[in-house]
Design a binder for this molecule. Structure first.
Ligand code: 5GP
Length: 190
Protein backbone atom coordinates (compact mmCIF):
# COMPACT_ATOMS: atom_id res chain seq x y z
CA UNK A 1 0.00 0.00 0.00
CA UNK A 2 1.67 3.11 -1.34
CA UNK A 3 0.27 5.39 1.37
CA UNK A 4 1.84 3.32 4.16
CA UNK A 5 5.17 2.99 2.37
CA UNK A 6 5.36 6.77 2.00
CA UNK A 7 4.51 7.29 5.67
CA UNK A 8 7.18 4.78 6.73
CA UNK A 9 9.80 6.54 4.58
CA UNK A 10 8.80 9.89 6.03
CA UNK A 11 8.38 9.01 9.71
CA UNK A 12 9.97 5.58 10.31
CA UNK A 13 13.37 5.06 11.90
CA UNK A 14 15.58 1.99 11.65
CA UNK A 15 16.89 0.98 15.08
CA UNK A 16 19.62 -1.40 16.20
CA UNK A 17 18.62 -5.07 16.10
CA UNK A 18 16.73 -4.79 12.84
CA UNK A 19 13.78 -3.00 14.40
CA UNK A 20 11.72 -0.48 12.45
CA UNK A 21 10.29 2.20 14.71
CA UNK A 22 6.98 3.63 13.56
CA UNK A 23 5.56 4.37 16.96
CA UNK A 24 4.68 7.96 16.05
CA UNK A 25 1.68 6.70 14.05
CA UNK A 26 1.22 2.93 14.36
CA UNK A 27 1.65 1.52 17.82
CA UNK A 28 2.49 4.07 20.50
CA UNK A 29 0.94 7.31 19.37
CA UNK A 30 -1.73 6.19 16.92
CA UNK A 31 -2.77 8.27 13.94
CA UNK A 32 -6.35 7.05 14.06
CA UNK A 33 -7.61 8.54 10.77
CA UNK A 34 -4.55 7.06 9.05
CA UNK A 35 -4.99 3.66 10.72
CA UNK A 36 -8.62 3.72 9.58
CA UNK A 37 -7.36 3.91 5.98
CA UNK A 38 -5.19 0.83 6.59
CA UNK A 39 -8.13 -0.96 8.20
CA UNK A 40 -10.34 -0.11 5.22
CA UNK A 41 -7.77 -1.66 2.90
CA UNK A 42 -7.62 -4.82 5.04
CA UNK A 43 -11.42 -4.97 4.95
CA UNK A 44 -11.44 -4.65 1.16
CA UNK A 45 -9.11 -7.66 0.92
CA UNK A 46 -11.06 -10.00 3.24
CA UNK A 47 -14.61 -8.65 2.97
CA UNK A 48 -16.01 -11.80 1.31
CA UNK A 49 -14.39 -14.27 3.71
CA UNK A 50 -17.11 -14.29 6.35
CA UNK A 51 -14.87 -12.88 9.08
CA UNK A 52 -16.76 -12.53 12.37
CA UNK A 53 -13.85 -11.91 14.75
CA UNK A 54 -10.58 -10.02 14.61
CA UNK A 55 -7.79 -11.39 16.81
CA UNK A 56 -4.59 -9.63 17.83
CA UNK A 57 -1.96 -9.80 20.53
CA UNK A 58 -1.37 -7.11 23.14
CA UNK A 59 -0.37 -4.46 22.90
CA UNK A 60 0.91 -3.03 19.67
CA UNK A 61 -1.65 -4.59 17.32
CA UNK A 62 -4.68 -3.36 19.24
CA UNK A 63 -5.18 -0.02 17.46
CA UNK A 64 -5.23 -1.43 13.93
CA UNK A 65 -7.19 -4.51 14.99
CA UNK A 66 -9.87 -2.36 16.61
CA UNK A 67 -10.34 -0.22 13.54
CA UNK A 68 -10.40 -3.31 11.31
CA UNK A 69 -13.12 -4.88 13.45
CA UNK A 70 -15.15 -1.70 13.03
CA UNK A 71 -15.21 -2.27 9.23
CA UNK A 72 -16.25 -5.91 9.69
CA UNK A 73 -18.80 -4.81 12.27
CA UNK A 74 -17.52 -7.55 14.56
CA UNK A 75 -15.76 -8.06 17.87
CA UNK A 76 -12.03 -7.75 18.38
CA UNK A 77 -10.24 -10.14 20.73
CA UNK A 78 -6.85 -9.47 22.32
CA UNK A 79 -4.59 -12.34 23.34
CA UNK A 80 -3.09 -11.27 26.65
CA UNK A 81 0.51 -11.78 27.60
CA UNK A 82 0.87 -13.54 30.92
CA UNK A 83 2.96 -15.87 33.00
CA UNK A 84 2.75 -19.65 32.59
CA UNK A 85 1.87 -20.09 36.24
CA UNK A 86 -1.59 -19.15 37.41
CA UNK A 87 -3.30 -20.36 34.23
CA UNK A 88 -6.70 -21.95 34.67
CA UNK A 89 -8.29 -24.45 32.30
CA UNK A 90 -10.75 -21.74 31.29
CA UNK A 91 -8.19 -20.39 28.84
CA UNK A 92 -6.33 -21.31 25.68
CA UNK A 93 -2.59 -20.64 25.80
CA UNK A 94 0.34 -20.71 23.40
CA UNK A 95 3.90 -19.50 23.71
CA UNK A 96 5.56 -17.02 21.39
CA UNK A 97 9.08 -15.71 21.34
CA UNK A 98 8.92 -11.90 21.31
CA UNK A 99 11.02 -10.35 18.58
CA UNK A 100 11.30 -6.93 20.17
CA UNK A 101 11.59 -7.98 23.84
CA UNK A 102 13.64 -11.13 23.14
CA UNK A 103 11.81 -13.33 25.58
CA UNK A 104 9.22 -16.06 25.57
CA UNK A 105 5.63 -14.90 26.23
CA UNK A 106 2.60 -16.97 27.03
CA UNK A 107 -0.42 -15.74 25.09
CA UNK A 108 -3.75 -16.26 26.77
CA UNK A 109 -7.32 -16.15 25.43
CA UNK A 110 -10.38 -16.94 27.48
CA UNK A 111 -12.33 -19.95 26.20
CA UNK A 112 -15.45 -17.81 26.58
CA UNK A 113 -14.48 -15.60 23.67
CA UNK A 114 -13.25 -18.00 20.99
CA UNK A 115 -15.07 -21.04 19.64
CA UNK A 116 -15.69 -23.16 16.57
CA UNK A 117 -18.29 -20.62 15.43
CA UNK A 118 -15.54 -18.07 14.83
CA UNK A 119 -14.07 -17.12 11.45
CA UNK A 120 -10.98 -15.26 12.51
CA UNK A 121 -8.87 -12.59 10.88
CA UNK A 122 -5.54 -12.15 12.67
CA UNK A 123 -4.26 -8.55 12.61
CA UNK A 124 -0.98 -7.24 13.98
CA UNK A 125 1.30 -4.26 13.50
CA UNK A 126 4.38 -6.24 12.33
CA UNK A 127 5.14 -9.61 10.79
CA UNK A 128 8.77 -10.63 11.31
CA UNK A 129 9.47 -14.32 12.03
CA UNK A 130 5.81 -15.06 12.50
CA UNK A 131 6.02 -16.27 16.10
CA UNK A 132 3.19 -14.07 17.38
CA UNK A 133 0.86 -15.02 14.50
CA UNK A 134 1.73 -18.73 14.74
CA UNK A 135 0.86 -18.68 18.44
CA UNK A 136 -2.48 -17.01 17.65
CA UNK A 137 -3.15 -19.64 14.96
CA UNK A 138 -2.39 -22.35 17.54
CA UNK A 139 -4.93 -20.78 19.92
CA UNK A 140 -7.57 -20.70 17.13
CA UNK A 141 -6.86 -24.36 16.40
CA UNK A 142 -7.37 -25.26 20.07
CA UNK A 143 -10.72 -23.43 19.96
CA UNK A 144 -11.76 -25.05 16.67
CA UNK A 145 -12.01 -21.56 15.15
CA UNK A 146 -11.22 -21.09 11.47
CA UNK A 147 -8.42 -18.68 10.52
CA UNK A 148 -9.49 -16.77 7.40
CA UNK A 149 -6.26 -14.83 7.03
CA UNK A 150 -3.40 -12.91 8.57
CA UNK A 151 -2.93 -9.22 7.91
CA UNK A 152 -0.11 -7.09 9.28
CA UNK A 153 0.60 -3.45 8.59
CA UNK A 154 4.33 -3.97 8.06
CA UNK A 155 5.95 -7.20 6.95
CA UNK A 156 9.71 -7.60 7.02
CA UNK A 157 9.74 -9.90 4.01
CA UNK A 158 13.35 -10.96 4.43
CA UNK A 159 12.39 -12.71 7.70
CA UNK A 160 10.59 -16.05 7.89
CA UNK A 161 7.06 -15.13 8.94
CA UNK A 162 5.44 -14.61 5.54
CA UNK A 163 6.61 -17.95 4.12
CA UNK A 164 5.75 -19.85 7.30
CA UNK A 165 2.16 -18.57 7.17
CA UNK A 166 1.77 -19.09 3.42
CA UNK A 167 3.05 -22.67 3.91
CA UNK A 168 0.03 -23.22 6.17
CA UNK A 169 -2.21 -22.28 3.25
CA UNK A 170 -3.21 -18.95 4.75
CA UNK A 171 -4.16 -15.78 2.90
CA UNK A 172 -1.43 -13.40 4.11
CA UNK A 173 -1.98 -9.73 3.29
CA UNK A 174 0.68 -7.26 4.41
CA UNK A 175 0.15 -3.59 3.66
CA UNK A 176 3.83 -2.67 3.36
CA UNK A 177 6.52 -5.24 2.59
CA UNK A 178 10.02 -4.23 3.62
CA UNK A 179 12.62 -6.04 1.53
CA UNK A 180 15.72 -4.54 3.09
CA UNK A 181 16.77 -2.28 5.94
CA UNK A 182 20.40 -1.24 5.71
CA UNK A 183 22.30 1.76 7.06
CA UNK A 184 19.03 3.40 8.08
CA UNK A 185 17.61 2.98 4.56
CA UNK A 186 14.35 1.17 3.96
CA UNK A 187 13.55 -0.59 0.69
CA UNK A 188 10.20 -2.12 -0.14
CA UNK A 189 9.45 -5.27 -2.11
CA UNK A 190 8.20 -4.26 -5.55
P1 5GP B 1 7.19 -12.02 14.94
O1 5GP B 1 6.42 -12.69 16.01
O2 5GP B 1 6.54 -12.07 13.59
O3 5GP B 1 8.64 -12.44 14.90
O4 5GP B 1 7.27 -10.47 15.32
C1 5GP B 1 6.10 -9.72 15.31
C2 5GP B 1 5.90 -9.00 16.60
O5 5GP B 1 7.13 -8.41 17.05
C3 5GP B 1 4.91 -7.89 16.41
O6 5GP B 1 3.82 -8.12 17.28
C4 5GP B 1 5.64 -6.61 16.74
O7 5GP B 1 5.10 -6.04 17.90
C5 5GP B 1 7.08 -7.01 17.01
N1 5GP B 1 8.01 -6.59 15.94
C6 5GP B 1 8.71 -7.38 15.09
N2 5GP B 1 9.53 -6.66 14.32
C7 5GP B 1 9.34 -5.37 14.65
C8 5GP B 1 9.89 -4.14 14.18
O8 5GP B 1 10.76 -4.07 13.29
N3 5GP B 1 9.41 -2.99 14.76
C9 5GP B 1 8.45 -3.02 15.73
N4 5GP B 1 8.05 -1.86 16.24
N5 5GP B 1 7.94 -4.17 16.21
C10 5GP B 1 8.35 -5.32 15.67
Amino acid sequence: MRLLEEKILLEGKVLEGDVLKVDCFLNHQMDVPFLAKLAKDIYAHYKDCGVNKVLTVEASGIGLACLTAQFFNCKMLVAKKGKTSNISNEVYTATAYSYTHQKENTLIVSKQYLSKEDKVLIVDDFLANGNACLALIDICKQAGAEVKGVSCAVEKSYQNGHDALVALGLDVYSLARVGKMENGKIEFVK
